[in-house]
Design a binder for this molecule. Structure first.
Ligand SMILES: Nc1ncnc2c1ncn2[C@@H]1O[C@H](COP(=O)(O)OP(=O)(O)O)[C@@H](O)[C@H]1O
Ligand SMILES: O=C(CO)[C@H](O)[C@H](O)COP(=O)(O)O
Length: 417
């Protein structure tokens, strides 16, 4: 039996999926992040796989949250704490980012990997490191975790590296990054799913993996969720209704517009175009429990408009489809009945999603033909009907929603599979 493993370090936990050559799920595991850290969580999840399945594991790929980064030494030890995907400390160095990256580049943003790198470069520990930069590495979460399996430091994939400034069309770092003093810290970048090396002998023994098990380059969590859907046809999109709202449309054309927070990841010979909004399930969860979301949604008539015009955010600022760090939430007027308030929230998020897809069309992406939905919100049929009022194409639930399943497919087939 040949088994591929996908491991997802997502926004709300860590999941592992093992699949066979026919893509059947043989095993799945889930864990909160252990207090001992990312590596301990990774190892515990792999250790928990039953031996008869584990013995067949030949490929592993890991996805992590996009723009979660760290600096580490040549032993892979983190220098300072990792900086998480939503950490906005990069806002302090945004002017420096803008001074080196071309206008409109997707690496320009308070949470981008590049902004975090520039922030780190201003810290005392980095000032010591840069002159001897061969001994230090700037890595993404997925790169660093894979290192603990294959033992090679300084390797990333072109999904994680997009917001670092890597040129995913020319497949090299652009001149404006090559010129920087911290260039030696940057990882070598390969296509997601590329075999990097076999698992280290001591790790194979510790985890009970086969000595010839290959560790592949990873991806980001939301791209792994897209890959999980199995979508191969340009024009088909996946909307993730998790804590945040993320839309990704498979397109023959690349589109970028920083004003709307729209950018394109490369996916084999095609483009994954879209953006990520701060609206989504986290706002719903702030006001309602999951049980209330189910019961109250059943009382909503999805064919009737709420007549509320919300832009649901928990704090000011959005990235997409309005890229404005100060954008004010719009959550008033608040009706007396909870069901009416929820109706307004679900419509508000649906209208942001629809606006996103309209913009992709206007900017020249391959025309939208169908939408799959993933994430907690996909389980709400009333919301699907509301969204259907705003969107001109059929909406259905994604057949596979787990990012870890997408990472397992990536390990098995690469991005063109
Ligand atoms: N019935 C429901 N209707 C709408 N949203 C829901 C429902 N159940 C859960 N959610 C939302 O789904 C989100 C969790 O989805 P999930 O995909 O697990 O998120 P994450 O992005 O954190 O991985 C929560 O923020 C919650 O508000
Ligand atoms: O909030 C996130 C955590 O990763 C989103 O998934 C992210 O912003 C989307 O990024 P990308 O398109 O690079 O996967």
């Amino acid at each position: 039996m040949i088994v591929s493993l996908g491991i997802d370090f997502g926004t709300s936990g860590v999941r592992l999926v093992a699949i066979d050559t026919d893509c059947n799920v043989l095993w799945w595991g889930t864990s909160d992040l252990l207090t001992q850290g990312w590596r301990a969580t990774l190892f515990a999840l792999i250790q928990a796989i039953p031996n008869e399945i584990k013995a067949g594991v030949k490929r592993i790929a890991i996805d992590g949250t996009s723009s979660t980064v760290l600096l580490c030494d040549r032993e892979g030890r983190s220098i300072g704490a990792p900086i998480l995907y939503h950490d906005r400390r990069g806002a302090a160095v945004l002017d420096s980012v803008k001074s080196i990256a071309p206008a409109g580049h997707s690496a320009i943003g308070a949470t981008s990997s590049l902004a975090k790198l520039l922030w780190l470069m201003g810290q005392p520990e980095a000032i010591e490191i840069v002159p001897t930069a061969r001994d230090a590495y700037f890595l993404h979460q997925a790169d660093w975790l894979a290192y603990h399996l294959h033992g090679k430091l300084g390797i990333s994939d072109y999904h994680n590296a997009l917001k670092l400034g890597y040129d995913v069309e020319a497949l090299c770092y652009p001149d404006w990054l090559e010129r920087q003093p911290y260039r030696p810290l940057l990882p070598q970048v390969v296509p997601p799913g590329t075999p990097i090396g076999t698992v280290l002998p001591q790790v194979a023994t510790e985890l009970g993996l086969a000595a010839d098990c290959i560790v592949c380059a990873g991806t980001t969590d939301s791209i792994a969720a897209f890959i999980a859907s199995g979508v191969k046809e340009p024009g088909v999109a996946v909307t993730s209704l998790g804590s945040t709202l993320v839309i990704k449309l498979l397109s023959q054309t690349r589109v970028e517009d920083v004003n709307f927070g729209i950018y394109s990841h490369r996916l084999g010979d095609l483009w994954l175009v879209g953006g990520a909004s701060n609206t989504g399930g986290a706002v719903l969860r702030h006001f309602f429990s999951d049980a209330e979301l189910v019961s109250l949604s059943q009382e909503i008539d999805p064919d009737r408009p709420s007549n509320l015009d919300y832009y649901p955010l928990l704090t000011p600022g959005d990235r997409f489809p309005i890229n404005d760090p100060h954008l004010a939430p719009r959550l008033t007027p608040r009706p007396e009945r909870a069901v009416d308030f929820l109706h307004g929230l679900l419509e508000g998020i649906a209208s942001i999603e629809a606006r996103g897809y309209q913009l992709l069309a206007q900017l020249g992406a391959t025309p939208l033909t169908a939408i799959y939905t993933a994430g907690g919100g996909a389980q709400n049929p009333v919301w699907t009907k509301i969204r259907q009022r705003y969107l001109p194409v059929p909406i259905s639930i994604s057949p596979h929603q787990e990012a870890a399943y997408g990472a397992a497919l990536l390990a098995q087939r690469g991005t063109n599979g």
